[in-house]
Design a protein around this ligand. Sequence first.
Ligand code: NDP
Length: 446
Amino acid sequence: MDPKVEQFMAKIKAKNPSEPEFHQAVHEVAESLIPFIEENPRYKHAKILERIAEPERVIMFRVPWINDKGDVEINRGYRIEMNSAIGPYKGGLRFHPTVNLGILKFLAFEQVLKNSLTTLPMGGGKGGSDFDPKGKSDNEVMRFCQSFMTELYRHIGPNTDVPAGDIGVGGREIGFLFGQYKRIKNEFVGVLTGKGIQWGGSLIRPEATGYGTVYFAEEMLKVKGDSLKGKIATVSGSGNVAQFAVQKLTELGGKAVTMSDSAGSIYDPEGIDAEKLAWVMDLKNIRRGRIKEYAEHFGCEYFEGKRPWHVKCDVAFPSATENEIDKNDAETLVKNGCMVISEGANMPSSPDAIEMYLEKKILYGPGKAANAGGVAVSGLEMTQNSMRLPWSREEVDSRLQTIMKNIHQTCVDFGTEPDGYINYVNGANVGGFVKVADAMLAQGVV
Ligand code: NDP
């Protein structure tokens, strides 16, 4: 390891103990940025890297609520306001039992660079709770969301901090959260994104992350004179990102053959076509069932407790959660001829998996670039809320495509190596950093 990176990481670890995901995210970025900062001393003297690794503000709070049996339950809520140099804090809320401070800090840190890459004026933040919506009734989810917002409302606002969804927070949760904010503040404003279409939401927002990650893969392939047409793809997850990744992939002529959830994966060699995907959407978004039921219904293979990376593919879209591809999975993917990894999820690949992609020089789109379509359309939702004027589906989709193309180009500009290989990791990290760093320099030591 570069001794400068080692020194920097030793301080980060000492200051933020027991936060392995945060260390992992900062380390990956430091590897790209420290050599760049050495060549650009203005960032070094102003300690920009040290400053972006320190949240501007961390809020932690108690979330008490009453379950259907009448018992009191207590969860912990968080909001990390990481960086506001280029706009209001912006980033999702995650409701999942694994949520803790370190995970949200990693997500908030990634979000700062991701939001900068979108070219839109958004700072970075992230939040959530260790609440598990799985197995809860709609009323329980509503009471939890109302209690969560009863504290969060005082820290957010359309010009301050604009949360959105993430794992476990979809349209239903955003509705309950928005309703409570409006009730407390007596204001109908764009304080959350991912809202319903009848009450301030944007068309294409639900689709945006999945579509964006597929557009990004298409851009990566275009550089090689290739496309997604006829490609076999493995997709993990079966939530918001995975569903729309499968949809767009199919529209562009590719074939998605896997989906998964935390219990296991299905493998459908015939492909998950539009009709089967509609069935998955009903299963996951309405009936809230398990992906295993797909295998039972359509008569295909199901791998209990397994991720889908052993299935042969040309392209992989990890779209479930962090560290879902380890070194062995990466080895298997490469060995099976996978040529593109486009990350729908945040940090789904472990550091040694990434090392393998770069060593084998495959096309690797890291999450902060490849999944930025979601927050980009959230930014477009904020614009429409400010104008009080909605855009058509075509308008939003065409803006999304342009943004994904621009992000890809930024990665090419900052990440192309002397032999022509595009290192999208360096490209995204440096490309995202420069705008935030210059804004911080201009605003002084704050
Ligand atoms: P959802 O909650 O809609 O879906 C998550 C999916 O991943 C589910 O199928 C879930 O299975 C699975 N999953 C979650 N945790 C685990 C785990 N520990 N092990 C195995 N499978 C797991 O979330 P999203 O689709 O919104 O988010 C997926 C990823 O994309 C996350 O990394 C998120 O941060 C990232 N992302 C999301 C954006 C968005 O706009 N929603 C934007 C950018 C990134 P199960 O139901 O069994 O838990």
